[in-house]
Design a protein around this ligand. Structure first.
Ligand SMILES: [Cu+2]
Length: 97
């Protein structure tokens, strides 16, 4: 246990500022073409917010997209798009920041 802690401390020290690489907050725009009325974005948002690690969701019915902010140490784009697909809205990645 002590050894692990020491190794981790050295690792953090070695990487300095980039220690945030352990958990990066990412924002991804998903294209959700299946949203056909103004209540669809609400369903999509609810499905996305249930995913562990998702921090913020902004859906736009006009643009047929969902902007998802998530912690990539807890979830992934694959899990996120699976959540919308399970809710009936298959999504594809539009752009990643
Ligand atoms: Cu709808």
């Amino acid at each position: 246990m002590l050894k692990v802690t020491r190794t981790l401390a050295l690792f953090v020290a070695a990487f300095g500022m980039s220690s945030t690489a352990f958990a990066a907050i990412q924002t991804t725009t998903l294209e959700v073409p299946g949203m056909t009325c103004s209540s669809c974005p609400i369903t999509v948002k609810k499905a996305l917010m249930k995913v562990d690690g998702v921090q913020q969701v902004k859906t736009s019915f006009e643009k047929r997209e969902a902007v998802v902010t998530f912690d990539d140490s807890k979830t992934s784009i694959e899990k996120i798009s699976m959540a919308t697909a399970n809710a009936g809205y298959p999504a594809t990645v539009k752009a990643a920041e």
